[in-house]
Design a protein around this ligand. Sequence first.
Ligand SMILES: *Cc1c(COP(=O)(O)O)cnc(C)c1O
Length: 471
Amino acid sequence: MSKTLLRQIKSIDYLLELPLSQSLSQKSSREFVRECLRDLLDNLRQRILASQLPENTELDALIESELPIYWQKNLYSNLQPIINATGTLLHTNLGRAPLAPQALEAINKVAKGYSNLEYNLAKGARGSRDEHSEELLKVLLGCEAAVIVNNNAAAVMLVLDELAQDGEAIISRGELIEIGGAFRIPDVMKKSGATLREVGTTNRTRLSDYESAINENTKIILRVHPSNYRIIGFTEKPSLIDLVKLAKKYNLILVEDLGSGCLVDLRDCGIKDEPTAQASILAGVDVVTFSGDKMLGGPQAGIIAGKKAYLARIRRNPLMRALRVDKLSYAALSETLKLYRIGKAWQQIPILRALQATEKDLLLRSQNFLRRLKRRLPKDHSLKLSMRGGSSVIGGGSAPETPLPTTLIVIENSKMSANEMEIRLRKNILPIIARIEENNLIIDLRSVLDDDEEPLLKAIMALALVTFPSV
Ligand SMILES: *Cc1c(COP(=O)(O)O)cnc(C)c1O
């Protein structure tokens, strides 16, 4: 029984002399590799005692295949890169928007040494950090002023705290939304010290509903882009222009939480209901807020843009200090905004590139991928590889109604179930997150970066070759 297997486990000192251990020791240290082997052997013994390994398991081969995984795992305690093969482009669980190469380079440069984060080079004196992305935003959005905070939730919080504190904020019942991660507009309003005045019904709110709720305590009208859900059918809400006029008439501030913060027209990609930030500014909204890492394709950030007088107040709010961003975020955001400014956003920003890809593009890409994969697989491999149409999702609370037609790669394996394959990919050294549909493993290349195709290919090959159960 399992005792034979247990007896076959070699000593750590012996295993440390294997060429693989030696090469890993060179990249780290002998002590570190010793720790990894200790963890691996502990786990191995447990699996043997639980009868999870067949009697004829080649222990040395298994140890050699798993040691690099332990080496990697013990280094990456938490955050690590993964391959997103789900087809969901702005996956909040998977870190939302990948950055453009220019943004990465900018982070590198600024992180490497010193920068003018709070230093005015023209004057040779103290400067202020909150101006770094402002000029670009002014040009791109047509706004008078802008500031950056940690994320859009922080932006909404800060705006309400400054502009609606001790007063009332009017919001339509159709916009009292929860974004996910338990970010609920009503809760944020409560925290900010503003009183929420709900008007209308879930599906219909008229301009007159807003107007009749206005009283001497009213400070702002808040419009929220419903982002991750849609009310369809018998619905009504006033146009933005009508809200602008109403706010003007009663001397109120109109604030719009745009959520995604798109700066380009997405209609050519089939996405009809993502308003652009510049359209809201042009319509006369006083203050808009949106995320940096949703459709904009930049780093995590919250952008607050609008009229100078309100932005000046927001800048002076004590919360600003707590919600401000670091130099790396400024570097990445400014560089991403520059790509919009010079007209290179569609070519360079990964999220926009992925959005543009058509079903045909993805068919060709998937065919090519499968051709390369098949060329490298042994003749009698256990995989059945095919393709079918399907859809990718934008995600991140953007345009929920807009599925993007795509081509899916379908993987079946006579040696293991779709679930087992999914686990193996997820536990790959560079973890791969895939979908399971109708007991098949599904890969959507739309969300896979070009550089990730090779490691993805290797991991799929490994699915056909493995002989032992996963770690
Ligand atoms: C996503 C979203 C938020 C929260 O933005 P974060 O950048 O995740 O903090 C707030 N409001 C709306 C409408 C959103 O879509």
